[in-house]
Ligand binder design. Structure first.
Ligand code: GAR
Length: 207
């Protein structure tokens, strides 16, 4: 059984896709042991509660320094000891100590086809604003392992989504979520739970 901890900051629609996937068995052999939010008001915490999953809030604001937060966050994660940490719209930088401790055991969903529209400053709606400004005709989503860079880790899955003329950032965000994110994030977890995903020389190899 793959024990996962899901980190969230906002609405939690990707979290919901994981909860639904575990329930309807498109994600097999997986248990969500906790949902961790940096934001007490995140609707994602309500989704966790409704699914009977432990919700934990740990916010940088509660600590005197970023280092203190990083230590507390890592201590909490070590106590939970998940096999996999899933960043599902988590807007806090993962401490390097956690990346070392959970090497190739942290994955993230990003709402574009990496390496486009990613890196520092590209999160949430900003990603879709960037895609629309550039006028790309295809965007999409990416699930990747987390390394010490921003959106630079080994890519697990990607799915393209068409950009329509006249799209607003919100319309594009919704299409990318519906047609890509909510599909490939559960798929990636299911593949990891089945032991099909390994990393060699910074590349994902599927068995
Ligand atoms: C999702 O679109 C996710 O890809 C994005 O935040 C949104 C969270 O929505 N993540 C990033 O931009 C990370 N760089 P949700 O809370 O409804 O799942």
């Amino acid at each position: 059984m793959l024990k996962i901890a899901v980190c969230v900051s906002g609405g939690g629609t990707n979290l919901q896709a994981i909860i639904d996937g575990v329930e309807n068995r498109t994600i097999e052999n997986t248990e969500i042991i906790a949902v961790i939010s940096n934001n007490q008001n995140a609707y994602a915490l309500e989704r966790a509660k409704q699914a009977g999953i432990t919700g934990i809030c740990i916010s940088p604001k509660e600590f005197a320094s970023r280092n203190d937060f990083n230590d507390a966050f890592l201590a909490k994660m070590e106590e939970l000891n998940p096999d996999l940490i899933v960043l599902a719209g988590f807007l806090v930088t993962i401490p390097e100590t956690m990346i070392d401790k959970f090497e190739n055991r942290i994955i993230n969903i990003h709402p574009s086809l990496i390496p486009s529209f990613c890196g520092v400053g590209y999160y949430g709606l900003k990603v879709h604003e960037g895609a629309l400004e550039r006028g790309v005709k295809i965007t999409g989503a990416t699930v990747h392992f987390v390394d010490k860079g921003t959106d630079t880790g080994p890519i697990i899955l990607q799915k393209p989504v068409a950009v329509m003329q006249g799209d607003t950032p919100k319309e594009l965000q919704k299409r990318v979520m519906e047609e890509a994110e909510w599909i490939i994030l559960p798929q990636a977890i299911n593949m990891i739970a089945a032991g099909k995903v390994t990393v060699e020389n910074n590349q994902v190899i599927m068995k």
